[in-house]
Write a protein that binds this ligand. Structure first.
Ligand SMILES: O=C(O)c1ccc(O)c(O)c1
Ligand SMILES: [Mg+2]
Length: 626
């Protein structure tokens, strides 16, 4: 089959000129209703509001809907969505003639339904039926006859290889059957999951004529060694959230000449249960990032943060918070000129304490993070283009304008510039604070080492993609840590020099309020001194069990007295190929606690090895007698 080829298709890999050409392609985005939670109406509404152009309607969603096909069509159109695909038709091909006659009858009903829905493409997935025989000629013949019927209705059939199809399980096999059938109303549907999960080489996609690729489904997945059907039905995720090279895959499909919608088809147990609205936004963001990676779109470039300017705590009960900060050697340096917000500082670590109205709503929590930005306005434009909710720039007329967005968990992220000039009238956010007299205390904290933010259970993957794409941070591997009452997962996102480190977590982390835990880790170059000073100032360190220290002494050789000091203060120890890590924890106030950390050498982790012991210790006070 011959087809016109665009000039760039001859090139082996997309260079800048290719990227420019791709950018002029107007791609449409679509999402399968199976990817979202709720009723069909809720799914359609979420997809429409998130800005998708179309949907794939899953048969079960239609069957369960009280709306007539005409009403679904009208609702979809009202939301600005087209119905790009109806799916799936199963177990159609390569079956005995009597069975195929029944399949055609079923198909006729579906084509009538599709006409009422106003959609023209149906997905047929490769048969898993025990009746199906291993006979490509028969499969091609029956698919041709199905396509004939489809054509009578003005419809098209897109044949997709399921990775677990009985006889057809690879895209090239499905394409060879479609090619043999040679019918204008029959094409293939490519699904990145089925192709990449089997480890197949997607390069061969470039040999399929673009107009014979009737549909493209995109899904990523974490790399797992498990049965492919279970993997597909439970663990798919949005592009950029798993381990597949979806951008590379899409490059092959575009070079084949495909110009249809990019459609997300994600079967995922978490998304099935989470609110559809935010999931749809997460989904759209994943496609925007993918479009950027493949040269299909050019949103404003990421502006990586260069440090943490401040962490902001809100609290209805300020005394325990300021007592904790005081014991940690922070002093109150300045007061916001119009709001009940104090700036506390130790070294270059700044903590804002806000006792305003939000505090009464949320209890003591970490509500905002100031990220030091080389270009706050550009960082905000990037965030907005990737669908981050932008917050009002000026809270009060006299305040300095601040660019800020909300992260998926509601944490406010400010892009700011800290004025360290020492001028009496500082610029930027610091200019809104009026200095107050303060004591000069010994400084043993250098800066904020990292922030740990426990995410809502259903937003872990979304949070990682958000921080990576919106903030230009890179994500490390996710680690699983045993918590006595569940599993704690953690994934750090960092900038290149480690001056911004955010540990995103999910799990039953213990807090006074039973809510998601958040913590601020402070960098020190002498954790023993820091811990002692904290104690002397009346602070309480989290005690660790003696068994931990017995094990530590067995694992490593320490200088005389070292393990005893750690045991006395509750200091934990870890080591990797690059260096050493010593850390200890304060008690928890509301949802928040502090950690003191000493990194030596090039240690890059967060003490995950010690986390089960620390989590157990944090649960203890809340579960007395256990
Ligand atoms: O899991 C399935 O059965 C199934 C159905 C339709 C698809 O497009 C698909 O990729 C998987
Ligand atoms: Mg599919």
């Amino acid at each position: 089959m011959s087809q016109p080829r665009a000039p760039y298709e001859a090139r082996a890999s997309p260079g800048p000129c290719v990227e420019r050409q791709l950018r002029s392609i107007d791609v449409r985005t679509s999402i399968a209703t199976v990817s979202l939670s709720g009723s069909l109406t809720e799914k359609l509404t979420a997809a429409g509001r998130a800005g998708f152009d179309g949907v794939e309607i899953f048969e079960n969603d239609l069957l369960a809907s009280p709306l007539t096909p005409e009403e679904i069509r009208a609702r979809t159109a009202d939301l600005g969505l087209s119905i790009d695909l109806y799916q799936p038709m199963r177990d159609i091909e390569a079956v005995p003639e009597a069975e195929f006659a029944r399949n055609l009858r079923r198909a006729r009903h579906k084509f009538e339904l599709m006409r009422r829905l106003g959609t023209d493409t149906v997905l047929v997935c490769s048969s898993v039926s025990p009746l199906a025989v291993d006979d490509d000629a028969l499969a091609a013949d029956q698919l041709r006859r199905l396509a004939d019927l489809a054509q009578d209705f003005g419809m098209r059939v897109a044949y997709e290889a399921l990775a677990w199809g009985r006889h057809v399980s690879t895209y090239d096999h499905a394409w060879s059957i479609v090619e043999a059938a040679d019918h204008p109303a029959l094409g293939t549907c490519l699904d990145s999951f089925h192709i990449l999960a089997r480890g197949g080489d997607p390069k061969g996609i470039e040999d399929i004529p673009g107009e014979k690729i009737f549909f493209l489904q995109l899904a990523d997945a974490p790399l797992m060694a498990m049965d492919v059907l279970q993997w597909s039905r439970h663990y798919r995720c949005f592009p950029g959230q798993g381990g597949f090279d979806i951008a590379g895959f899409l490059g092959h499909v575009l070079r084949a000449g495909y110009r249809g919608p990019l459609s997300l088809e994600v079967f995922n147990d978490v998304f099935r249960q989470a609110e559809a609205g935010p999931t749809a936004v997460d989904a759209r963001r994943s496609l925007l990032v993918l479009q950027e990676a493949t040269g299909l779109a050019a949103p404003p470039a990421p502006v990586a943060a260069t440090g943490v300017a401040f962490a902001e705590l809100v609290t209805p009960d300020v005394e325990p918070v300021t007592a904790l900060l005081g014991a940690l050697g922070f002093t109150r340096r300045a007061r916001h000129r119009s709001k009940p917000v104090d700036l506390w500082q130790h070294g270059e670590a700044r903590v804002l304490v806000n006792t305003g109205p939000a505090a009464r709503r949320d209890g003591t929590s970490l509500a905002a993070v100031g990220l030091e930005s080389p270009d706050p306005a550009a960082a905000s434009r990037r965030a907005e283009s990737l669908l981050a909710p932008v917050l009002p720039r000026r809270r009060a007329p006299e305040d300095a304008p601040l660019d800020a967005v909300a992260a998926p968990d509601g944490t406010e992220l400010f892009f700011c510039v800290t004025d360290r000039s020492g001028h009496p009238e500082p610029d930027g956010w610091t200019g809104d604070f009026v200095p107050v007299p303060h004591e000069r205390l010994p400084q043993y904290v250098a800066r904020i080492d990292h922030l740990a933010l426990t995410q809502p259970w259903h937003q872990f993957d979304e949070a990682a993609l958000f921080h990576r794409s919106v903030l230009g941070l890179s994500a490390q591997d996710s680690v699983d840590v045993a918590d006595p009452y569940g599993l704690h997962r953690s994934r750090a996102v960092t900038n290149a020099d480690g001056s911004v480190r955010i540990a995103l977590g999910v799990g039953p982390a213990p807090t006074d309020e039973g809510a998601r835990a958040q913590h601020i880790a402070l960098a020190t170059d002498d954790v023993v001194t820091a811990a002692r000073r904290f104690r002397e100032a009346g602070g309480r360190l989290l005690a660790m069990p003696a068994n931990y220290y017995d094990d530590l002494a067995a694992r490593y050789e320490f200088a005389d007295g070292e393990p005893e000091t750690y045991r006395e203060l509750g200091i934990l120890y870890d080591r990797d190929a690059e260096g050493e890590f010593r850390h200890c924890y304060t008690e928890t106030v509301g949802r928040v606690f502090f950690e003191l950390v000493q990194r030596d050498g090039g240690y890059r982790g967060y003490g995950a090895q010690n986390a089960p012991v620390r989590l157990a210790a944090q649960h203890l006070p809340r579960r007395p007698g256990r």
